[in-house]
Design a protein. Sequence first.
Length: 213
Amino acid sequence: MIKLSKRQDEILRIVKESGPITGQQIAEKLSLSRAALRPDLAILTMAGNLDARPRVGYFFNHNYEVKQQAEIFINQKVADYKAHPIVVDKSTSVYNAIVQLFLEDVGTLYAVDGTGYLAGVISRKDLLRTAIGNQDLQELPCSVIMTRMPNIITITLEETLLEAAKKMITNHIDSLPVVKEINPGNHTYLLVGRITKTTITKAYLEMMEQNLL
């Protein structure tokens, strides 16, 4: 994405507000000569910010603006949007996990082992399925019902929101544990956050609102 000069930003503003508009008219609004603007107009046209038609003038390329906004969004890093993970020990009872789930108002709990590393994922569906089974929920540990490695889909701090969204859609899940790799060979990961579909939706709305202001 090309970084524009102040004058080029001003040209874009003029064309966006008044286009289609001729190069001469733009020059008059900026109190400059047509020749002085020619390099800026050429750069903006080649970059795709503006389109030009003979005997019509310059007009703003809204498709390019949408593409810019999309590029900004998809390149956002997970590190900048991760939320605090809701954690339980893998030995925690299913009953206490259900209580924790509702107290925190989340859809997924992350189980850790004695060293604090990610051991499993417990979804709302896992807890509901177990509760319907009429088992002794206060005696049953989460380790029995949780999804374990290597079946846990994870995301790292350096990956993007787009990559996180793809993983969730592809695997039909609502959230991802954000991890730092300790020993990928034996699936040892430090849990450092979580990313959810709601997180991604909020990030998108925030960026769109900023661009519309």
